[in-house]
Design a protein. Structure first.
Length: 266
């Protein structure tokens, strides 16, 4: 089985950025199939464009833009790519990075399919920082990575303690296009709207309104990155009322308008 060493990924690298104890690559996948292999270091894969099938010994994933995976070291897997342009963003971290920030890599086994919109939002900020690449980028990237690992760990720790409606609500919010009103959500979950509003932050780490906003903005982020749609199309595909609403929400989170963001990522 092939072992990929530090900084090695199949495909063509548009950009490779090396920071202290981590390497970030923006890569076009060029192989229709990559046989079983593993990587020397733990890493994230964030699919930006195209589609990809990935399978390991426990799980299989049909990846589309916006899908985010974490692979621990020596997690063997293979990939199949359809005949279309496919692009991924990778963050590879070595052992020293984890020890520097007192993060136990043994707490994160195998492959993890990360669906939490808070985590994806943090990853979007990291991607944006690599394009800005100023004197503050390294600090921002490391801070966001620490927040990502802390969020993953907290989610795993609390999973057994959560009521049934929490996981059901996660699927409703992430997987379905539906009416996100408090009344309709509480009706589908069979709980009182006041209880849902009061308990949401406890289990999701933010308010219901902000959680939904992040889902919409994450989708907008991926559509902008694809460079296939106009800002007007993205606005309505993501469920914003109008362009002004879309721009103000995007700027609130990313400190740039959608057009400014598109310009900076090239």
């Amino acid at each position: 089985m092939n072992k990929l060493k530090t900084g090695e990924f199949y495909g063509v690298h548009y950009k490779k950025s090396a920071f202290d104890n981590l390497i970030i690559t923006d890569t076009e996948y060029t192989h229709s199939k990559v046989d079983w292999h593993y990587h020397q270091n733990p890493y994230f894969t964030y699919l930006l464009q195209g589609k990809l099938f990935e399978s390991n010994k426990k799980d299989s994933y049909y990846l589309e833009p916006g899908n985010l995976l974490f692979h621990n070291w020596q997690d063997a897997h293979y990939n199949i790519k359809p005949p279309e342009f496919t692009r991924g963003f990778h963050i590879e971290l070595n052992e020293k990075w984890f020890s520097t920030f007192n993060i136990q890599i043994t707490d994160f086994e195998g492959s993890i399919n990360l669906k939490n919109p808070i985590i994806k939002n943090l990853m979007n900020h990291i991607f944006f920082d690599t394009k800005i690449n100023d004197q503050y980028s390294s600090l921002s990237i490391e801070s966001n990575l620490i927040d990502i690992f802390n969020t993953i760990k907290e989610s795993k720790k609390e999973n057994s303690e959560k009521p049934i409606w929490v996981n059901k609500l996660k699927e409703l919010l992430i997987e379905e296009k539906m009416d996100y009103s408090l009344k309709s959500l509480s009706s589908k979950l069979g709980i009182h709207p006041v209880h849902l509003s009061r308990e949401f932050n406890r289990y999701f780490g933010t308010s219901l309104g902000n959680y939904i906003r992040l889902i919409k903005l994450n989708r907008a982020f991926n559509l902008i990155t694809s460079k296939r749609f106009s800002m007007t199309e993205i606005c309505y595909q993501c469920g914003f009322y109008d362009q002004s609403h879309f721009i103000s929400n995007f700027k609130r989170i990313y400190h740039a308008t959608p057009t400014e963001f598109l310009r900076k990522i090239g």
